[in-house]
Design a protein around this ligand. Structure first.
Ligand code: HMG
Ligand code: MG
Length: 302
């Protein structure tokens, strides 16, 4: 793969929907994912194996994975916070996930609110999860929340993030996504974060960036990350999303906007913008919400 290729990691069905108060019917989620599967996307995070008491919206994880069309070449992924989660995924066999994600945080308070344990305890759990995954040859992606700012602790320093990135790679993650959970970063803080990680000997080509657009900085931050060698971007179609444990975290950066940026900069993605807009409109019509992608809105109003 040439370095001109950027992978888009679509998180709409998971990060996008997890915050929805009203339960989205499973067949709608399945149709949404099937539409995303026809856009050229190769990585789709479809659900999470977390406690349904904590995130009721993702409680139909088994049913969603069982019903979606599996398009060859697409990896359907799911979040797993603990051994219970990965064991459930593995018990589903070929109706399980093609890869899983473990999710840590650079802020102690956020870790407790999100997964009910300290960062240290979460790392012990993730060690177990990755050990099991390695035995089964299941790829594991790591993600770190609050890498530039935390809703409870304010600014986060790169020195709080670097050791975590190292630990997730040591466990065997094939990639680590750096999340700006509440969208407070600017190109300057993203640059400082990436410089610190690169100084520790980790290549930007092994990292992904996961931006929420709360302060409207996501596209600028992604452009900065691309400039520094990052080649995987997390995004959510129509800008859907937020985190239930990060008050004020608005939607993820919209996939349509990311695609427009990437095409404008001359990167290849293999993703079709019109089909993406169709998938975004499908889910926004169901949710009776205005599309939050500026690119989708501009094109639809032409
Ligand atoms: P806990 O209460 O400490 O766990 O929760 P526990 O082990 O004591 O179990 C309590 C209950 O949960 C038990 O059920 C378990 O069976 C059940 P009960 O006996 O009471 O009936 N349970 C599970 N059920 C299904 N699947 C599981 C599972 N584990 C336990 N895997 C736990 C700990 C992590 C489970 C909980 O805190 C939780 O589910 N949190 C939700 C985390 C979450 O989904 N957050 C949002 C996603 S992360 C995110 O959005 C950020 C990201 O986008 C990057 C960014 O933007 O920052 C990735
Ligand atoms: Mg997120």
């Amino acid at each position: 793969r040439s370095s001109n290729f950027v992978r888009i990691f679509e998180v709409g069905p998971r990060d996008g929907l997890q915050n929805e108060k009203v339960q989205v019917p499973t067949p709608i989620k399945v149709e949404f994912i099937n539409r995303l599967s026809r856009t050229g996307l190769k990585l789709i995070e479809v659900t999470s194996f977390v406690s349904p008491k904590w995130v009721p919206q993702m409680g139909d994880h088994v049913e969603v994975l069982a019903a979606i069309d599996r398009i060859p070449g697409i990896r359907y992924s799911a979040l797993t916070p603990n051994v219970q989660g990965i064991n459930k995924v593995l018990s589903l066999g070929n109706k399980g996930a093609d890869e899983i994600a473990i999710f840590s945080a650079a802020s102690e308070s956020f870790s407790k609110k999100n997964i009910n344990c300290s960062i240290e305890t979460s790392l012990q759990r993730f060690n177990e999860v990755t050990r099991i995954a390695r035995e089964k040859n299941l790829p594991v992606r790591g993600s770190i929340s609050c890498t530039v700012g935390c809703p409870y602790e304010g600014n986060i320093k790169p020195s709080q993030v670097v050791p975590l990135v190292e630990k997730l790679f040591d466990m065997g993650c094939y990639e680590v996504a750096l999340a700006d959970t509440i969208g407070v970063g600017t190109p300057k803080s993203i640059k400082e974060l990436l410089q610190a990680i690169q100084s520790s000997g980790i290549s930007a080509s092994k990292l992904a960036i996961h931006c929420h657009d709360t302060y409207g900085q996501a596209i600028a931050n992604i452009a900065q990350a691309l400039d520094m060698g990052i080649r995987c971007v997390d995004s959510s179609v129509a800008g859907l999303g937020g985190c239930p444990y990060a008050k004020g975290a608005s939607g993820n950066v919209a996939t349509e906007d990311v695609l427009y940026l990437l095409e404008g900069l001359g990167y290849e993605t293999g993703v079709d913008l019109n089909r993406l807009i169709d998938a975004g409109q499908f889910i926004m019509n169901i949710l009776k919400r205005e599309n939050m992608s500026k690119v989708a809105r501009a094109i639809l109003s032409k």
